[in-house]
Design a protein around this ligand. Structure first.
Ligand code: 5GP
Ligand code: MN
Length: 320
């Protein structure tokens, strides 16, 4: 029995935790574990997934309605299972459930993971936490529900099987998953590709502001709080803007800034070159992530941020 199954076996009560503003990998991995434990143990264990608010598109995932965003639950848990989180601060206020749990295990794929769990299972070469998880689940208890959740985790973190870390192992796992016979076309449309009209309008605003910085090496755009409020959108609704900023010819890095506070913007970063590790860049600016996809913080009004970011990224790229 591997460590994950051992810890689950020995715990009567389990909470599952992931990072703030959870993405498809985080939500998919959380629900894969939830459904897996239910398949294996029925109602014999208390299992509570806790995540920050997420896009309602993910409510089609099996048992997504079981995810709680309650920060005030008085219960403590024998085991906290943490997914897709590279450091303790990524849990946000849900950290308290980890602090209060007797035991903990982390499943993740971020390089330089610093999460202080009792046991850490981290494979940075893996495209998604859901891919790491697949190897640690007992295949007898993977059913269609678990398969859908793992599929969505892998599909979303790999840009639907396109990003560099996608490999034959990823596709073999995905082949096994789709053999459970779910309508993946429909799931991908509902979770990845379909947008609301206001999301498309926000993308329109961002495209209108698109600029190339540093001699065409870097694409840059932004949305501020006003834009989001006027379209009634939240950060989770504009996650895909960076995808399009990346799909621009001849650039090396894409950057999308979105306002998270007064004179505070979060930058989503994407690199198109193995030689440019945006996680290293992000680490210097209160962030982190992966080599090719990372996030960090800049302060000031957007024009100041653009100027400072251009200078920093120029220095960073030239140092390579
Ligand atoms: P995104 O741009 O999609 O929000 O994030 C891209 C990647 O960078 C994700 O893997 C995400 O977990 C990671 N990331 C984004 N912001 C942060 C941050 O502030 N700290 C760390 N450690 N990772 C981040
Ligand atoms: Mn992930």
């Amino acid at each position: 029995m591997n460590l994950l199954n051992e810890k689950i076996e020995n715990a009567k009560s389990i909470c599952i935790l992931g990072h703030e503003r959870p993405d498809g990998d985080c939500i998919g991995s959380t629900l894969a574990i939830y459904n897996y434990i239910r398949n294996k143990y029925g109602d014999k264990k208390v299992v509570r997934p806790y995540l920050d608010y997420f896009s309602k598109n993910f409510l089609i995932l099996p048992n997504a309605d079981k995810i709680s965003n309650d920060l005030m639950c008085a219960d403590t848990y024998d085991l906290a299972i943490i997914v897709d989180s590279s450091s303790i601060d990524r849990l946000g206020d849900y950290k308290r459930y980890f602090d209060e749990a007797k035991d903990s295990i982390l499943i993740d794929h971020h390089e330089n993971n610093t999460f202080p769990s009792k046991v850490s299972i981290v494979f940075p070469e893996s495209i998604a936490t859901a891919q790491v998880l697949y190897d640690f689940l007992d295949k007898d208890y993977i059913d269609k529900n678990v398969a859908i959740c793992l599929y969505v985790g892998i599909a979303t973190d790999s840009g639907v099987f396109r990003y560099k870390a996608t490999n034959s192992k990823t596709l073999k796992i995905v082949a096994n998953l789709i053999d459970f016979g779910f309508n993946f076309t429909d799931i991908l449309d509902k979770i990845v590709f379909d947008n609301t009209v206001n999301q498309r309008k926000a993308q329109g605003i961002a495209f209108d502001r698109l600029e190339l910085l540093y001699k065409g090496n870097v694409s840059f755009s932004y949305l501020n709080e006003n834009d989001l409020n006027s379209l009634n959108l939240e950060k989770k609704d504009i996650d895909n803007v960076i995808v399009y900023l990346r799909e621009i010819e001849n650039i090396k890095v894409a950057a999308f800034a979105y306002q998270v506070g007064n004179n505070i913007f979060k930058l989503s970063l994407r690199s198109k070159s193995d030689a440019i590790n945006v996680a290293d860049f992000a680490n210097k600016h209160e962030g982190g992530g992966h080599k090719l996809a990372a996030g960090c913080i800049y302060y000031g009004d957007i024009q100041t941020i653009k100027k400072n970011f251009e200078k920093d990224i120029k220095e960073f790229i030239e140092a390579k």
